[in-house]
Design a protein around this ligand. Structure first.
Ligand SMILES: C[S@@+](CC[C@H](N)C(=O)[O-])C[C@H]1O[C@@H](n2cnc3c(N)ncnc32)[C@H](O)[C@@H]1O
Length: 441
């Protein structure tokens, strides 16, 4: 699906959700009063070890009134333990979000969460209340269910995901994001998104994630709406991360409200997603364009390293193991065989080894912990010439968490948490901008 040939206003079938057209109330919104008092209420879903919370609390004006974290299939709930050890057990629930009744979640102004990227296709259309159901176990539908059932819906929504979401699934590129946008539109939200690489904004890790901001009660833009201006100067992301320039033109297209139809037919038969790395959706119309950040120099991997005497011996790579690490990190072109004997050609490029200290780090992955040789774990050269892995505190610093935030659980878990978490500095900047808007508007 490319830019549509539609005129500016959508077809009747694509008409915006009625609430998007509602006039904005002249009354002082509750969120504004709350911000002025220094407490916009936040519900944190898929909380992990609290990356959103740390960023928002640093931004000021936010108070987490409820949080949820549960690691599927685990008896020991380490992430939830870390969360409650830092923030207290009150208002925290450690159970599968699918089992939490919406009525247990207090009213809030902002719903946040970094949720897994899964298949969002819509299985069927039902004749029940809202008529739509997603696949079981798909966590996006839990966010949707909460927003749908809440009588007082949060004014704002801030979600984080891998940027692959904009182009998934492979056979129908962009369908999952289209389903998300259409379902948020039906709930009365406008949506803005931007792919943000923390390292391009002075932060110490190259971590690229899509941030999705939903807002309720916004009037649909009029015919003079300048999407280019909005995405570069006026939107939440433009204000929080202003150093960006357009690389292409605005692409504009409508998405249908019928989720089952959208899920079946969106972008069938093409190999590219229409969703670029920045965009806006209001009333079922999408404006999207490719932006390039103008990089800001800032922190680098070398800045987060702890002094040598604080590195436990287990983090140093024994000399006898070094060749295995070098092999895994190196370029390869070789013939390999599958378990059933099928031979295939395997090739991959070299990784920088050891990791460069004068650049922001590569992305931390969940398998970062443990002594076993790996292509993806970070390895740095210590001043005494030995190679070593990164310590839990260094991984925390790459995500801009407080030192030892995750202390108290095994090191492998600490590394796993940082592979799942986000760069809190990104949330802090978005939080500052949101808090400013809550007071200004
Ligand atoms: C991408 S991580 C989010 C990490 C978080 N933003 C942080 O800073 O640590 C997603 C989290 O969702 C949790 N999760 C997965 N399935 C869940 C479920 N059914 N109910 C509640 N939490 C779940 C995972 O355990 C994981 O911690």
């Amino acid at each position: 699906m490319a830019a549509s040939g539609h005129g500016w206003w959508p077809d009747p079938i694509l008409a915006p959700a009625h609430h998007a057209l509602k006039k904005q109330s002249k009354k002082k919104p509750a969120a504004r009063k709350q911000a002025a008092m220094g407490s916009l209420r936040v519900a944190e879903l898929f909380a992990g070890v609290g990356g959103f919370r740390i960023g928002l609390e640093r931004a000021g004006a936010f108070q987490v009134v409820w949080s949820n974290q549960w690691e599927p299939g685990r008896r020991k709930q380490h992430a939830s333990e870390v969360y409650t050890a830092r923030f207290g057990t009150e208002h925290h629930v450690c159970s599968d979000i699918a089992t939490v009744p919406t009525s247990d979640i207090p009213d809030h102004d902002l719903l946040v969460g970094g949720f897994p990227c899964q298949d969002y296709s819509v299985a069927s259309t039902l004749k029940n209340a809202k008529g739509l159901v997603g696949r079981k176990g798909v966590l996006w539908w839990q966010i949707h269910r909460i927003l749908d059932q809440k009588k007082h819906k949060p004014r704002w929504l801030l979600l984080e995901n891998v940027d692959r979401l904009l182009g998934s699934p492979a056979g129908q590129r962009g369908r999952d994001f289209a389903v998300m946008l259409a379902s948020l539109n039906a709930l009365g939200y406008t949506v803005e998104w931007r792919v943000i690489n923390a390292a391009e904004h002075g932060m110490p890790q190259r971590r690229r994630r899509v941030f999705i901001f939903g807002e309720r009660g916004v009037r649909m833009p009029g015919p003079r709406f300048d999407a280019h201006e909005y995405l570069l100067k006026e939107g939440l992301f433009a204000c929080a991360f202003p150093r960006a320039e357009a690389v292409g033109d605005i692409i504009r297209f409508p998405i249908v409200n019928d989720l089952a139809r959208l899920s079946r037919s969106f972008n069938q038969g093409t190999s590219r997603s229409p969703f670029q790395n920045a965009g806006y959706m209001s009333g079922g119309l999408v404006w999207t364009m490719r932006l390039k950040a103008v990089p800001t120099e800032g922190k680098v991997l070398g800045d987060v390293l702890v002094p040598p005497d604080q590195v436990a011996p287990a983090y140093f790579i024994p000399k006898r193991e070094l060749s295995k690490w070098k092999y895994l990190k190196g370029a390869k072109k070789e013939s390999r065989a599958t378990a059933n004997g099928h031979r295939y050609h395997y090739a991959e490029g070299a990784m920088v080894f050891p990791d460069a200290l004068d650049r922001p780090s590569r992305t931390i992955v969940t398998g970062e912990g443990g002594p076993g040789p790996s292509r993806f774990k970070h390895v740095v050269l210590a001043p005494d010439g030995r190679h070593r892995r990164l310590t839990p505190v260094e991984l925390e610093r790459l995500n801009m968490f407080p030192d030892d935030h995750t202390a108290g659980v095994p090191d492998n878990w600490r590394a796993f948490f940082m592979g799942n978490a986000l760069v809190t500095g990104v949330v802090e900047r978005l939080g500052r901008e949101l808090a400013r808007r809550a007071v200004d508007r």
